[in-house]
Structure formats: C-alpha cells, structure tokens
Design a protein around this ligand. Sequence first.
Ligand code: FMN
Length: 230
Amino acid sequence: MRILHVDASAKRERSNSRALARFFLERLRDEHVNVEVDYLDVTVDTPAHVNEAFAIATYTPAAERTPEMKAALAPSDALCRRLLEADACVFAMPMYNWSMPSAFKAYVDNITRAGLTYVNGPDGRIHGVLTRQKVLFITSRGADLRVEPYSSMDALTPALRAAFGFIGVAEPGFVDAQPLQFSEPAARMAALERARAELSTVAAKWAAAVEAQPASPVQTNQDAMASSVA
Ligand SMILES: Cc1cc2nc3c(=O)[nH]c(=O)nc-3n(C[C@H](O)[C@H](O)[C@H](O)COP(=O)(O)O)c2cc1C
C-alpha cells in the first residue's frame, strides 16, 4: 500500500500530530500491511501560495496553456501526481485558530486542480477523481471541540471535508486528539490514549480491507473515474 504521509505541524519532536501519524503507520506495519511511504512535510517543502500566474493558468484549458503557464503549474502538477499515485493518504495537522495550518491550506490550493483531481463530466457535473484512495486526517487540538463552548467553532473538520469531498474523497476518516493543551495533564493523557486506540482500530480496518482485496491489476484513478462518470 502506497501511502502519502503529510505532516503540517510547526513543531517537530514535540508535535503530537506528527507522533500520532508515526504511531498509525507503525500499527499498519504491525497489521502486516506492506507500507510504502511517500513523505511530505509541508512546513519544510511548503507549496506556493496562489499567485496571479497560477490563478490564470489553472483555469486556462490545458491545450491552450503557454510554456509560462505550464511552468507556473508544474509544482502543483507534481503534487497532484503524488496524490493520484497514492493508495491512501494520512494527513496529520494541528488546529490553528480553529482551522488548518496555512501551509496545509497552501497544499489544498495546489491539489485542487481542474482536469487532474476533478473533472467536468459529460453530465455537466463535477466529479472528484480521488475516489479510490483511503484518506485519514489526524488532527490535534488544544481545546476539546467535542463540547461547548468550542464545538461550534470547529472550522477545521468542515473545511477538510469540503475540500477533499470536492476532489472525490467521499468518506474520509478523522481521528481528533483533544484536548491536548488547554486542559489538565490527566485530560491530555486521556486524549492521547483515546486517539491511539482509535488509530489502532483504523489500522486494523485498513489492513482487513487490503487483505480482502482480490489480487487484480493495479487500479488507477482513471479506471475509477471511468466507472464513476459512465
Ligand atoms: C498558532 C497556534 C494556534 C492555535 N489555535 C488553536 C485553536 O484555534 N484551537 C485549539 O483547540 N487549539 C489551538 N492551538 C493548539 C494546538 O492545536 C495544539 O497544541 C495541538 O496539539 C498542536 O499540535 P502539534 O503538537 O502537532 O503541533 C493552537 C496552537 C498554535 C501554536
């Protein structure tokens, strides 16, 4: 299983989201999943913010793009390719100011691409291409957003659901570790324990799904698209 693993915490050794993502990959290996990781740290290799060249090039039909437009889109093309080549994605990030880290938002802006990660179908509707990938979001939060007064302030989960739903991810998984900062040590420990238990469950499910897959030729996103827009 080829896994695209993306980290987005500004912290390194002290990061809980990074540690939880590593824990998840270890659990998958424990479940005897043959894991091949494509790793991206968006705080190190931060995708470019949308600029004018990108904004114009991305909505210009591919056949009409100038060499300059193609060059403006090349890094985004490469990020889309990595996403499309993955069988599964693990996106780990902290909540920053109720939403996603800006480096991860820049990543989202780079992988939301007409003709690559979503297409206009013959029915006039937009179809996301990421229909075959399993996607897991591991988020870490300082507060506990499961309960008031913070539950109504969660702008992270809906934003991730919308952005990835648009490119075809219908049922992403979420493991949210909370509260990890604005709470007593016992509550933080319990939150990490809960997150690790949930991650172990997800790892077992992914392993069972891999096990149940018939040995067949590798399916591409083009294959998946062909059946979804047929
Ligand atoms: C700049 C910044 C903004 C933050 N904003 C929020 C927030 O809006 N809500 C929240 O619950 N926690 C917030 N936190 C706390 C982090 O989400 C929390 O500490 C998380 O566990 C960090 O994950 P990490 O250990 O992977 O870096 C913020 C932390 C930082 C550094």
